[in-house]
Design a protein around this ligand. Structure first.
Ligand code: ACO
Length: 324
């Protein structure tokens, strides 16, 4: 027997305002055709003035708690992945904890850019398996619209705002690959690439928030290899293969990266959950947003084997294999 972190429910929240490619083309020298062809993105959601990352996160957390049919008071751990916190400190997770009227347990932020949700999931999973906590909210929430240079067509067309959350519970399982819950997680970082995707500001360097900067081609060049490496790690650790998967829910950065990774791993297109067309790249929020879409429309069901992966600034990258 072993303790596993089992998903009880998931939920998401998107700001109301939708920004289409056509509207973007009125602001910078770009076109719907260019954006769709290079990225697969058709639209993204943008937070309203005064709507912060914590507001999106609280809404997503409430939806996840409702889906799990558990009371907020039963949550004793909140791990929130974001690169766009409300403030430098305190952690946005604390604002979420307070918003949910939870005044016990622990709440903290975790920063691994687009890989944030995988890193947060792995962190919560480790705390639950050691018995330190019983029930966790794992949240990815971002307002990347606030750190974009809206005059840089190479980056402003790629990102959007949103939040997604899952509720995890420590449960005793038989200790087999047929168990429900998180079966394995694999995290990696390599700081040699830190200048390829970064924000040119921060409290200690410039005392400003800064804007996102990216060498798009360099990111693209490394993405597929790094993603497939950590997925192979997940398969090797569990003895499971691409054929065993029910669903592949990748970080939604770019349809070309997703297609190339799935192809390299022999994952058929029918098993790939794609939301990048509707949400753009919402960084740490993209995986729980995609999970939420696929659970709501009936694709992901209890007992399904789901593979998650992400890669982002740092570089950081990681994978998680879980049975829903
Ligand atoms: N509209 C029209 N033209 C554009 C735009 C735009 N929005 N952006 C760039 N261009 C132009 C460039 O100026 C360049 O013009 P030039 O040839 O006259 O100099 C031309 O298009 C080609 O530019 P590249 O940057 O080489 O275009 P590329 O085919 O590499 O596509 C892209 C750019 C989409 C950013 C691609 O490199 C990519 O997807 N990279 C991965 C980055 C990514 O997904 N990052 C997300 C964060 S990391 C993560 O989440 C994994």
């Amino acid at each position: 027997m072993t303790v596993r972190s089992v998903v009880l429910g998931c939920g998401s929240y998107l700001p109301q305002r939708i920004l289409t490619n056509a509207e973007l083309a009125t602001r910078v020298d770009t076109s719907d055709e260019w954006i769709v062809q290079r990225t697969g993105i058709r639209q993204r959601h943008i937070a309203a003035e005064g709507e912060c990352t914590s507001h999106l996160a609280i809404n997503a957390a409430r939806a996840a708690l409702a889906d799990a049919a558990v009371d907020a008071q039963s949550i004793d751990l909140i791990v929130l992945a974001t690169s766009t916190p409300d403030n430098t400190f305190p952690a946005t997770a604390v604002a979420v904890q307070n918003g949910l009227e939870i005044h016990h347990g622990a709440a903290f932020d975790l920063q691994a850019v687009c890989s944030g949700f995988i890193f947060a999931l792995a962190t919560a999973d480790n705390f639950l398996r050691t018995g330190a906590y019983k029930r966790a909210l794992v949240i990815g929430a971002e307002t990347f619209s606030r750190i974009l240079d809206w005059n840089d067509r190479g980056t402003c067309v790629l990102f959007g705002d949103g939040a997604g959350a899952i509720v995890l519970e420590a449960q005793t399982q038989p200790g087999k690959s047929s168990d429900r819950g998180v079966l394995t997680t694999h995290l990696r970082s390599d700081g040699r690439h830190k200048s390829k995707l970064y924000v040119d500001g921060g409290p200690s360097s410039t005392q400003t928030v800064g804007h996102l900067r990216m060498e798009g081609r360099e990111v693209f060049k490394h993405a597929v290899g790094m993603i497939t490496d950590v997925i192979v790690d997940a398969f090797n650790a569990t003895g499971l293969t691409a054929d065993d998967l029910d669903w592949f829910v990748p970080h939604q950065a770019n349809k070309r990266i997703i297609d190339a990774s799935a192809h390299k791993l022999h994952i058929v297109p029918q098993k790939v959950v794609l939301t990048v067309d509707q949400h753009g790249n919402t960084s740490a929020a993209s995986i729980p947003l995609a999970l939420s879409v696929a659970v709501k429309d009936g694709r992901i069901k209890k007992g399904d084997l789901v593979l998650l992966e992400a890669m982002g600034g740092g570089f950081t990258w990681g994978s998680a294999l879980l049975r829903w």
